[in-house]
Design a protein around this ligand. Sequence first.
Ligand code: AMP
Length: 431
Amino acid sequence: MSGTLKAVRGTRDLLPPETALWNRIEETARRVFARYNFGEIRTPVFEDTSLFARSVGEETDIVSKEMYTWEDRARAASEKSQSLTLRPENTAGVVRAYIEHKLGETGQLQKLYYIGPQFRRERPQKGRYRQFSQIGAEVIGPPSAGSESPLRDAEVLEMLATLLDELGIGGWTLHINSVGSAADRARYNEILRAALADVAPKMCVDCQRRAVTNPLRVLDCKVPEDQPYIDALPKMADSLDEESKAHFAAVMAALDAAGVSYTRNHRLVRGLDYYTRTTFEFTHGGLGAQNALLGGGRYDGLSEAIGGPKAPGIGFAMGEDRLVLTLEAQQEAKAEKADAYIAPLGEAMNAPALKLARELRRAGLAIELGDGSFRLKKSFETADKTARRIVILGEDELNSGILTVKEFASGEQSKVARTELKRILAMTATA
Ligand code: AMP
């Protein structure tokens, strides 16, 4: 093996200061989810392959070509070898856990959120990676708990609008559509199939394939030459039954009442097969080609599709990588500086400096600890890059208990009694 090893194509290392932004996003999400009374779920990173085939759908891009799947060999006679897959999304895992732990038997709505990595073998580009992180949530439960109510859809969308606002992401657009019940979809799929019979041969190769295997997917096509054909196709809205129409109207009425703005997008069918009725996406203009910040929808038949009880639900997944890109474009991620840098003067001061750093850190201050072997000039240079101020600790300071503190922003230098140091550093720490 020669050459330097690098992170695998489509994967990335996240380094400070960017990781501070990731943490801030996650903290904000947790805080907002808590206000809506969601609890966190953590499911395994890999699952039985058939879970995704049966939920996301065999014909989807995800299952047909993007999954990291391997045959896991049995290690003992008591085990069977099994096909496993790194999760390409988290809804299937959450619903699997809902079924496995019989959460439906509580009779209550389950409101669960997750934050974690997902894996898809996609063509990497800005905003699209092979390992990426999603922040998502699901509202799922037996129909008796009100899980089918359009109010749940509207509440989730209102929560997302609030979360994006609290994250400081301005300028998003909410697109909504209804893909109807499973029967509506099946009917519409046949209408599309018939309509595509004539035009598909003039379209891209993917569309030619989809026109046969899964006509609904044609609506996802981004090829510019195909757009006039797609715009002329029959619309899903005309294939909805009365119940689905009423559901969609109720979602929109609740959004209107709450003052959440949205646009109807007839082509929003989303890339996963399990969606029913409401589908949605939040986009952001600053993201370029990969402009979807998040997507989601209702999945009333998913639990049954993977062997569970009737458990209608609605959920979403936000691309955390894309939230970071959007926020970074809005404002440069700044390195957080420590409250103080302690510069021991001479190696004999290293041990007392560690003691001082320990005291200050225990008091909640962020401290950089230098090294007594550094020349004072080097200590100053390092301190200026990493902390807001420098505290000098030499033999005189140790004996007198009076320390020299220099504030870099103002250039001000002062003598501070050691007993006062915590208070002084804390007082201006947030300034
Ligand atoms: P999906 O699970 O396909 O509905 O995607 C939901 C959200 O996850 C999208 O709107 C994106 O923000 C994000 N996402 C999906 N795939 C990727 C990827 N390969 N890289 C980064 N973010 C992604």
